[in-house]
Write a protein that binds this ligand. Structure first.
Ligand code: ASP
Length: 588
């Protein structure tokens, strides 16, 4: 038997027991004649002690142990003289009677402890060593726990876990597809799925009325902001449901995950906010509702007073930043530069300071009386001591910029505690989004999303304004300013699906080539259905109170989409290229 206990298990109640442990040497140190060794496995760390009067061979063996050696020790559980209340095993230590070196280790390239001295690249190269560190082990344990909760809950609700293929057909719509050349069918390619969307809908046609899968998805996107080319979705679909059925089922799942994995109770039912309200109040379709500082439209209050910048704008909006009236000129200049950065894109920023003594000071004092500015302030719910930040321009763009500023101010004021959770549903999304650049509509969610039945009349209209008004039964699950998931009630009728492709400017031939299989399937008794998918990596990260998903993926890619540990992607040899009928145009 390699071990009787793990390295995280022994307590004072085990005092006097003879035990065998196995694990990695985190570190060892000499004190007087004694050798102390921290032995680690994924359950914890136990202190070993080789006493000064132990057999000389044992003392020598203990001295020979390097970091990350794998050893087995036999010994006796002793009560520690100086206890360490920070460690679960801190009341005891093991008096070592025998050491068996199971494997030596090269000197690790960085320290394998709670925090490491290794840089990101180095740790990525030796990911298997980084994965030995407790924070990563906790992250993967949380991921495992959540996956189990999901399976238990959905199984209990009658969902079947069904796998769908990874080698499918290229139908680029949202992101770029990864493609795989087919050796057996020269000159043709599979694509890796961006999501199992069409397959889960086909499973509904096939009568499997509650489906789920914890499934890998692939998108060949530029990896800005914490994205991975392969990521995991909790993918779900249900038949004979309306929007409420889907939302109730999946907020139930989230409730159970919060409760069982974190001990957190989330509201029942969860708040729901329309897309229009989210944009108007938070300037974002994924609002962080842990703090207020909502956006208020003040257009009528500021126009007609001679300030042409506001007079010429279709929209003027403001946020009231609590307790920031004391911002200095320098701070305000810095903030103005901040909103002018391309990432925010504002032309400028107007401020109104509501001083504690009741006076008002603003960057537009020339145009407005203190009373007029006070009226703007009270429209925004601002009081003495607050700072009003005002922007103007096209409505949605300005709201979005105010939304970005709001998040920034929330961060600066410490209002975004990652261990406070405020989930909600965003509902009633517009079905379509007009792209000025491309002069066409895009599906806001995806082309399989159904218009709200009461909006169908506009869906069949040829007028752009009508089409812009169509709402979808689409919904997003949002947590703390992050979209964790989304879905919709689907089109289940071949004619409506064809109309959707037409609206999106996908001609009948292209629709037939790319999506003929699903249009055809809809001719054979497709049931009404709907579903959603959650981004599982991000769910894990947010539950863990972290912003980045990389720690929650055992073997992630870096920002360039590379796995530096296995050195991939990499070249293939000419024989393989020839077999696949591929020629490279890359100049060596
Ligand atoms: N397939 C969709 C996505 O990946 C989710 C859904 O509509 O179920 O975003």
């Amino acid at each position: 038997m390699y071990r009787t206990h793990t390295c995280g298990e022994l307590r004072i109640a085990d005092k006097g027991k003879k035990v065998t442990l196995a694990g990695w040497v985190q570190k060892s140190r000499k004190l007087g004649g004694m050798t102390f060794i921290d032995l680690r496995d994924r359950y914890g760390i136990t202190q070993l002690v080789v006493e000064a009067d132990a057999a000389p061979e044992l003392v020598e063996k203990a001295s020979s142990l390097g970091r990350e050696y794998v050893i087995q020790v036999e010994g006796e559980v002793l009560e520690r003289e100086s206890k360490n209340p920070k460690m679960p095993t801190g009341d005891i230590e093991i008096k070592v009677l025998n050491i068996n070196i199971l494997n030596a280790s090269a000197v690790p390239p960085f320290t394998i402890e709670e925090t490491s001295d290794g840089g990101e690249d180095l740790r990525a190269k030796y990911r298997y060593l980084d994965l030995r560190r407790p924070p990563l082990q906790r992250a993967l344990a949380l991921r495992h726990r959540l996956a189990q909760e999901i399976r238990t809950y959905l199984d209990g609700e009658g969902f079947m876990e069904i796998e769908t293929p990874y080698l499918i057909k290229s139908t680029p719509e949202g992101a770029r597809d990864f493609v795989v050349p087919s050796r057996m069918n020269p000159g043709t390619f599979y694509a890796l799925p961006q999501s199992p969307q069409t397959f889960k809908q086909l499973l509904m046609v096939a009568g499997y009325d509650r489906y789920f899968q914890i499934v890998r998805c692939f998108r060949d996107e530029d990896l800005r902001a914490d994205r991975q080319p392969e990521f995991t979705q909790i993918d779900c679909e249900m038949s004979f449901v309306e929007q409420d059925d889907v939302l109730n089922t999946f907020e139930g799942m989230m409730r159970q995950m919060f409760k069982n994995a974190l001990g957190v109770d989330i509201p029942n039912p969860l708040p729901r906010m329309s897309w229009y309200d989210a944009m108007d109040k938070y300037g974002s379709d994924k609002p962080d509702v842990r703090f207020g500082m909502e956006i208020h439209e003040v257009t009528p209050l500021v126009q007609g007073c001679g300030f042409s910048v506001f007079d010429d704008s279709p929209y003027v909006g403001a946020i009231a930043v609590p307790g920031c009236a004391e911002y200095t000129r320098k701070q305000l200049d810095e903030l103005t530069e901040w909103v002018k950065r391309p990432q925010v894109g504002a032309k400028g920023l107007v401020y109104v300071k509501l001083n504690a003594d009741g006076s008002v000071k603003s960057s537009v004092d020339k145009f407005y009386t203190p009373e007029q500015l006070q009226a703007v302030a009270s429209a925004c719910g601002a009081g003495a001591g607050d700072l009003l930040l005002v922007m103007c321009g096209e409505k949605r763009k300005t709201q979005t910029r105010l939304g970005v500023l709001r998040i920034e101010m929330g961060n600066r004021l410490g209002m975004r505690d990652p261990h406070v959770f405020a989930p909600l549903w965003i509902v009633d999304f517009p079905l379509l989004e007009w792209s000025e650049e491309d002069g066409r509509f895009y599906a806001m969610h995806h082309p399989f999303t159904a218009p709200k039945p009461e909006h169908e009349k506009w869906f069949y209209s040829d007028k752009k304004e009508d089409l812009e008004r169509v709402c979808a039964n689409a919904y997003d699950f949002v947590l703390n300013g992050t979209e964790l998931g989304g879905g919709s009630i689907r089109i289940h009728n071949a004619d409506m699906q064809k109309r959707m492709f037409e609206v999106l400017g996908i001609g009948p031939e292209e629709a037939e080539y790319k999506f003929g299989f699903i249009i055809n399937a809809f001719k054979f008794g497709a049931p009404p259905h709907g579903g959603l998918a959650f981004g599982f990596d991000r769910v894990c990260a947010l539950f863990g109170g972290q912003e980045t998903i990389r720690d929650y993926i055992a073997f992630p890619k870096n920002n360039q989409g590379r796995d530096v540990m296995i050195d991939s992607p990499s070249k293939i040899d000419q024989v393989q290229m020839d077999e696949l009928f591929l020629a490279s145009t890359v100049k060596e």
